[in-house]
Design a protein around this ligand. Structure first.
Ligand code: PEP
Ligand code: MN
Length: 340
């Protein structure tokens, strides 16, 4: 970290910056220049809170040399992290698993029906929300624990592992008993007490990018999970807020190669929430695989017209079948096995 002092900053102000840095436990080196003095902070391990120094008198700006996250960075671990989910499903290697299923678990017949179809069509894991984070309190909120039980029954019947969201700290233990992957939704990416609790749950985690979060903030959220000892983290680009309303979100596919450069963690894409529009899901799924996504998450419903949530973006099983066929071809072109 470099602390650039204002032109004409006094010796007392420079010395004060040096003292604060030393009190934080780091080495400081003042470097007087022709225009202004710069103070270098040595030994930054990614845990320095720059705001402590930013507000000191005489400071013009702070230039960050070290990334604010540590364990999730490529510098910390060069090789790609492979997250193993069980049943031979892995994220971060050459395979590109596809997580598919309805937005919400609605009934036993709905989830069983779609689970059997998805298994047949080559999905790797079954998704379905039991606890639903809905924008309106009057919208369908999910079946809660009953939904988790139905997911477990679908897993028994099909062998597909399950991915489901936990919304609050109180339900982390409950959801982790059922889930093969615990999902953290976009609205909770910066819910730090929840991140800490999930960091202790011992299950692989699917961390969705906050709808207004920068890539750095996404990686810092993953750092929370690592800080609690959970390294089985899969990141998910699910679209960010934008100014255009033709799609529900702007699916930021450039985040995939960017994250891969900055971090060793796998990153998957969710073109369903990323677009919000059924006929835009397949084109963006194709693009995500081509961009190097380590997996996909796609909403599929046996009867989207009757879905209790996100029907407009849910694929019909036939469309999912076609999507799988197409993305397998794209995977082959770039040396990856889709759907395994
Ligand atoms: C979901 O996966 O159903 C969901 C609510 O996703 P997000 O948190 O990305 O909106
Ligand atoms: Mn949904």
């Amino acid at each position: 970290m470099l602390v650039v002092m204002k032109h004409g900053a006094s010796e007392t102000e420079v010395n004060n910056v040096v003292e604060v840095i030393e009190n934080l436990g780091y080495e400081a080196k003042a470097m007087p220049g022709k225009q202004r003095t710069t103070v270098g902070l040595m030994g930054n391990d990614g845990r320095v809170d720059s705001s402590r120094i930013q507000g000191l008198t005489g400071v013009l700006e702070i230039i960050l040399v070290t990334k604010p996250y540590k364990q999730v960075s490529r510098e910390w671990r060069e090789a790609d992290t492979i997250v193993e989910v069980g049943g031979g499903v892995t994220f971060g290697g050459s395979s590109v698993p596809v997580i598919a299923g309805p937005c919400s678990v609605e009934s036993e017949s709905q989830i069983m029906d779609i689970a059997h179809q998805l298994k047949e069509l080559g999905a790797s894991l079954l998704r379905g929300g039991a606890f639903k984070p809905r924008t309106s309190p009057y919208s369908w909120q999910g079946l809660g624990e009953k939904g988790l039980e139905l997911l477990a029954r679908s897993r028994e019947a099909t062998g597909l592992g399950i991915v489901t969201e936990v919304m609050d700290s109180e339900n982390v233990d409950l959801v982790s008993q059922y889930a093969d992957i615990v999902q953290i939704g976009t609205r909770n990416m910066q819910n730090y007490p929840l991140l800490r609790k999930i960091g202790q749950c011992g299950k692989p985690v699917l961390l969705k990018r906050g709808m207004s979060a920068t890539i750095t903030e996404l990686l810092l959220a993953a750092e929370y999970l690592f800080a609690e000892g959970n390294q089985q983290v899969i990141l998910c680009e699910r679209g960010i807020r934008s100014f255009d309303n033709h799609t529900r979100n702007l699916l930021d596919l450039s985040a995939i190669p960017v994250v891969k450069g900055l971090s060793h963690l796998p990153i998957i894409a969710d073109p369903s929430h990323g677009t919000g529009v059924r006929d835009k899901v397949t084109p963006m799924a194709r693009a995500a695989v081509a961009a190097g996504a380590d997996g996909l998450m796609v909403e599929v419903h046996p009867n989207p017209a009757e879905a209790l949530s996100d029907g407009a973006q849910s694929l019909y099983p036939d469309q999912f079948s076609e999507l799988m066929r197409e993305i397998k071809v794209i995977g082959t072109a770039i040396g990856r096995e889709v759907g395994s």
